[in-house]
Unconditional design. Structure first.
Length: 489
């Protein structure tokens, strides 16, 4: 083993997954994170009263195979609870559900889709036509290059109701961007991989603990193999000499050499760390300046009584997109729903006397400049539509967390600006959901990038090894159609 360690800059999912993979491959890893905690944008914080809140509720899907593999590697797999039934509510509070049936894909969702009360017959017919077009093309219909998802839906003659109450509801939450600013390929892949190609790809996995608790095993995985993990270590510069990575310079001027470096920081941060010429003109990361970001807002509400019975709800016709019943999600993981003690994570009142809800609003551009109280008032009014018990309940605590640059915007053609994990600089590698992963800005994409960066490091030093996991297998008619489409290409 080389005498120097592999340096990983950044303790988000991309950095953590690359660090764990390299440590498992027998390399001494030194991971440095600027913040006081691991997890990057997918972490949690402790409030002054002891309550722990996620910066924003993050969920996974059954089709996120690499994220599942990462959680398993660090001992967090049992902290994710999967749900086979999805819950929806319209503006009048009427509930609808979607779940798989025994029918083979892509027909497995058809029975619950036909009973989905929030859509008209015309809506359902147009959606079925578009979904069939995706499935018959093996997830890769022709003519989608460079156009937005909204444009593709219009070409497929989707009704206004179908666009607003189905396609937008799913995709804005999944991709953190409006349909008119989303590459059609990404929107189509969400439905292909999650709802069509496999009967379990749609299952929603929700952490049953605060997000920071998911990363406890990451530190151990690195340290027990001779590495180290440091927080509150800010990097101000990455030094390159003779087209090779030379060192990283800490905020205090300390220089840290390594025989390889994985830079797993946000794309705009990377531009400030590398030599100026690499981000300008024909520099290999100059394209990153063309990648925009989009915001997510998380709203945390504590009521003095139980106001919600479902584990989560997806809302139609509202600014709020998701409601998560954190009281139930935390408790059900501990004792299968029977625990009546106050939760150490929520700081809430006992069962029957209080409930903690977390709301999520993706692509929340118009909330960025609004005050905390304006956002709370908006969300409370919307909850009264779908959770009538909130009308009489007392809100005794609330907080708002805005992630202004939560994800990169999956704009049409954005892939041409996303760099590979291996770079022209010898021994310098990149990780981040914004690199070339084949996925949009998701936790799955971040882990894929970390695994790909680790593979690139090992390939560079003559120790090739694979970490990237395959997608879920195609099933039913989708398997036939995918194989036919592959032959046609």
């Amino acid at each position: 083993m080389p005498s120097q360690s592999v340096l990983v800059i950044g303790g988000g999912l991309a950095g953590l997954s690359s660090a764990v993979a390299l440590a498992e491959a027998g390399h001494r890893v030194r991971l440095l994170e600027k913040r006081p905690h691991l997890g990057g944008r997918a972490t949690s914080y402790t409030l002054p009263d002891g309550s722990e809140v996620d910066n924003c509720q993050h969920v996974t899907l059954g089709c996120c195979t690499n994220l599942a593999d990462f959680y398993s590697r660090v001992g967090a797999g049992d902290k994710i609870r999967f749900y086979d039934r999805l819950y929806f509510s319209d503006a009048q509070g009427h509930r609808s559900t979607i779940e798989a049936s025994p029918l083979p894909p892509p027909l497995h969702m058809a029975p619950s889709f036909l009973l989905f009360g929030a859509l008209t017959f015309a809506d359902k017919r147009s959606i079925a036509d578009a979904m069939l077009a995706i499935a018959r093309a093996g997830g890769n219909p022709p003519g989608i290059e460079g156009i937005s998802m909204l444009e593709w839906l219009r070409r497929k003659k989707q009704t206004p109701g179908a666009i607003q109450r189905f396609w937008r509801v799913v995709l804005v939450s999944a991709l953190d961007e409006e349909l008119g600013q989303t590459d059609a390929r990404y929107g189509i892949e969400v439905f292909w991989k999650a709802f069509l190609a496999n009967n379990s790809g749609y299952r929603v996995g929700i952490p049953s603990v605060p997000l920071a608790d998911l990363y406890e095993g990451c530190r151990e995985a690195v340290v027990q193999r001779g590495g180290e993990v440091r927080v509150r270590y800010g990097i101000r510069e990455i030094r390159i000499r003779e087209d090779r990575f030379a060192s990283a310079v800490l905020d205090d001027g300390t220089e840290i050499p390594a025989y390889a470096c994985v830079a797993a920081v946000p794309h705009d941060v990377l531009l400030n760390l590398l030599p100026k010429e690499m981000g300008e003109g024909n520099g290999f990361v100059a394209g990153l300046r063309n990648i925009k970001t989009s915001p997510i807002t998380g709203v945390h509400l504590w009521y003095d009584r139980t106001v919600m019975t479902e584990p989560f709800l997806t809302l139609l016709d509202h600014k709020t997109q998701w409601i998560f019943n954190k009281t139930l999600l935390y408790r059900s993981a501990e004792t299968n729903g029977r625990d009546t003690r106050p939760s150490e994570h929520t700081g809430q009142l006992a069962e029957g006397r209080g409930q903690y809800l977390q709301l999520v609003i993706s692509a929340s551009y118009d909330l960025v400049l609004r005050s905390r109280q304006e956002i709370i008032d908006l969300c409370c009014r919307e909850l009264q539509d779908v959770l009538p018990a909130t009308r009489d309940a007392k809100l005794f605590k609330a907080t708002v967390i805005k992630e202004i640059n939560a994800t990169f915007s999956p704009a049409p053609g954005v892939d041409r600006w996303r760099p590979a994990q291996a770079t022209p600089v010898k021994n310098l590698f990149l990780a981040g959901d914004w690199t070339q992963t084949g996925w949009p800005s998701t936790m799955e994409s971040a882990v894929r990038s970390g695994y790909l960066a680790a593979e690139a490091v090992l390939e560079n030093i003559g120790e090739p090894r694979k970490f990237l996991q395959p997608d879920l297998p195609f099933e039913g008619l989708c398997k036939f159609w995918a194989e036919r489409r592959k032959k046609d290409l």
